[in-house]
Design a protein around this ligand. Structure first.
Ligand code: S3P
Length: 659
């Protein structure tokens, strides 16, 4: 899957790029309501932002040049804490006046955390109503009149840190900030990418501290050109759904900022297997692709302390998963959740309890005991997008019958969330709680129609089609790329250590090898010529066997090849052996290639197939043969539909039909 642009990075792009000294073009911004709020308030402040909805998200084009210092506008930041808090820092730094306000949820959230340090820098900010709450008024101020600040934040908050840094950079005064644990560092990275001298620790080895010192800096922020990577927090919810439905997922180009990926470690603790492959940074932000495989059953987890800022937005999801994990999960040190879009600890505790889950609520966390059996009941989201999504995941993939009062609020961060969940809705490929792994083996000689038949059968049954030939082709492709395509000794030596596996893609499985998805290159003429020889190498067959069996444990599969029923899955639930007279196979192959059906062509092709059959039947390792309990179907006089129908019927007899 590919996710909409990261919300945090999108906010910063919309809020900071218009303040640069030169033009910016940023693509792939989140289309969520929160980011739109950021774009809108900057436009109201006179920033030049041209915003277009394009494929892959919003594209913004900013001429740069800053804000208009007109009469103070009243700005509605809607539901977005990031908008209001970062904006407070921007207005303090630029000296531009405005009144900031938001919806009922935002009005209930604490603002002192940013107001206080900004006032300490000399910004003039007043509460229009209740102290510590919106609306707040920020008064105009001459540029260059802020004071330097050294701030020890009591809580780890990227929004607080960003407000102070933005005020410092835009007001050109030194700021130094430390936080009790490291929060996400998108602001530092973006300002550094734009040329501001930021001192921070992007590898997060030490304690949380960051410094901006304008000494020696000419004060120019350069325009930005970047594409915002996918949102890891949005990804987390879909990955959670995949874990509950027992499916693997491949996530393309996602933001991998170390302050955002803590939930991957929690999923690993729950038993998932996670593979992360780096992509080049963009705009100072690390990006990765992820492959996540589910465990046979989720295990409980325990998180707390310095880990919390790195999973802060994913805790509602983790709590939902905990309800379906074996054992007791612990969340500690997460009092910040009480001042998010809702009091998330209270809402999670109340809702899970209503659904019949054993849960204990503490001031700073939750203890959740997972349970089996159906969960059912109402969900009051309080208009909180992460709560709506967490229970949306349970409902779709966690065997829960829920009445969620407001699903639409997911659009705050993830428009299209409901549609994105569709593939994980109790998919027949694997039901919640099932061990997964049901295998239909389809073997047969060359050109017996195995592969296309297997694919159609998989479609009909909601299984996943696995073509063993793809793995042999991938190893052949790798050998050719490595320049050892004809060196069998070298292939034999390299195969066992090869990083190769079947990975999910849009409509089935493809092969990833050494971090690459060769895709169509697997069917190049070079690969086709060499694949037979490479697949005869015993070490190669061992690797392929292992990966096929792994797929058989993970999914319900229809697997085709030449030794699937005999060697790879001797205990397959159904084994089919397709045969057809050589002449008929020759005819089908010629048709497939679009060649002319002359007697001469048919004869030549028949001869080629017969000699391939002899080779396949007589080779030492895994020769082509029908297994004792395989059902032979002679397709000579049958069309494809009839063959598929026959296999689906056999599957139904064995209880393998879709329910
Ligand atoms: C965010 C920081 C976090 C997070 C929010 C986005 C940001 O808030 O919860 O969704 O983009 O800086 P805090 O910094 O207040 O923890």
């Amino acid at each position: 899957m590919r996710l909409p642009g990261d919300k945090s990075i999108s906010h910063r792009a919309a809020l900071v790029a218009p303040l640069a000294g030169s033009a910016s073009v940023i693509r792939g911004l989140s289309t969520g309501a929160d980011v739109r709020a950021s774009v809108r308030v900057m436009q109201r402040l006179g920033a030049s932002i041209d915003c277009a909805e394009e494929e892959g998200g919003l594209t913004i084009r900013c001429a740069g040049g800053g804000l208009d210092a007109g009469p103070p506008p009243a700005l509605d930041c809607r539901n977005s804490g990031t908008t209001v808090r970062l904006l407070a820092g921007i207005l303090a730094g630029t000296g531009v006046a405005a009144v900031l306000d938001g919806d009922a949820s935002l009005r209930s959230r604490p603002m002192r955390r940013v107001v206080y340090p900004l006032q300490a820098m000399g910004a003039r900010i007043e509460y229009e109503g209740e102290p510590n709450r919106l609306p707040i008024r920020i008064r105009a101020r001459a540029t260059g009149s802020l004071r330097t600040l050294r701030h020890r934040a009591r809580i780890a908050s990227a929004q607080v840190k960003s407000a102070v840094l933005l005020a410092g950079v835009l007001g050109r005064v030194r700021v130094e900030l430390s936080e009790p644990a490291l929060s996400r560092d998108h602001t530092e990275r973006m300002l550094a990418a734009m040329g501001a001298p930021m001192v921070f620790d992007p590898v997060r080895s030490g304690a949380g501290s960051v410094r901006f010192d304008p000494a020696g800096w000419d004060g120019t922020l350069h325009g930005l050109r970047m594409t915002v990577p996918g949102d890891p927090s949005s990804a987390a919810f879909l990955i959670g759904a995949a874990m509950l439905s027992g499916r693997s997922v491949y996530v393309e180009e996602v933001a991998a900022n170390p302050g955002r990926t803590g939930f991957l470690s929690v999923l690993e603790e729950m038993g998932a297997s996670v593979r992360r492959e780096p992509l080049p940074d963009e705009g100072g932000e690390p990006r990765e692709t992820w492959t996540v495989h589910p465990p046979d059953g989720l295990r409980a987890f325990s998180i707390g302390g310095a880990e919390i800022p790195g999973v802060i937005d994913e805790i509602p999801l983790l709590a939902a998963l905990a309800a379906r994990a074996a054992g007791r999960s612990e969340i500690r040190g997460a009092a910040e959740l009480r001042v998010k879009e809702s009091d998330r600890l209270a809402v999670l505790a109340r809702t899970l309890e209503t659904l019949g889950v054993e849960i204990e609520e503490r001031e700073d966390g939750l203890t959740i005991t997972g349970r089996t059996g159906q969960l059912s009941g109402p969900v009051e989201t309080r208009g909180d997008h992460r709560i709506a999504m967490a229970f949306g995941v349970l409902e779709a993939a966690g065997d829960a019958d829920l009445r969620i009062d407001d699903r639409a609020c997911a659009a705050v961060s993830f428009p299209g969330f409901q549609e994105a969940l569709a593939p994980f809705r109790r998919h027949p490929a694997r039901r919640p709680g099932s061990r997964g792994g049901r295998v239909i083996a389809v073997d047969g000689p060359a050109a017996s129609g195995k592969s296309s038949t297997a694919r159609s059968v998989a479609d009909r049954l909601g299984f996943v089609h696995v073509n063993s030939g793809l793995l042999y082709r991938a190893i052949t492709w790798w050998a050719l790329e490595a320049g050892i395509g004809r060196d069998e000794k070298a292939i034999e030596g390299g195969a066992p250590a090869l990083d190769i596996d079947l990975v999910p893609e849009r409509d089935g499985l493809t092969v990833g090898v050494e971090g690459v998805l060769p895709g169509p290159a697997l069917h190049s003429p070079e690969v086709t010529t060499r694949v037979s020889a490479v697949s005869a190498i015993p070490a190669v067959r061992t690797v392929v066997l292992d990966r096929l069996r792994r797929a058989g444990r993970r999914y319900r599969i229809v697997c085709d090849g030449r030794d699937i029923g005999t060697t790879v899955f001797p205990d397959a639930e159904l084994k089919v052996f397709l045969v057809a007279e050589a002449r008929e196979r020759a005819r089908r192959r010629l048709l497939e290639r679009g060649a002319e059906l002359t007697t001469e062509n048919i004869e030549a092709e028949t001869e080629r197939l017969e000699s391939r059959d002899r080779l396949d039947r007589s080779r030492a390792v895994s020769p082509l043969q029908r297994d004792r309990d395989a059902i032979e179907i002679d397709t000579t006089a049958m069309d494809r539909e009839a063959v598929v129908e026959a296999i689906v019927h056999l599957a139904a007899e064995r209880g393998l039909a879709p329910r």
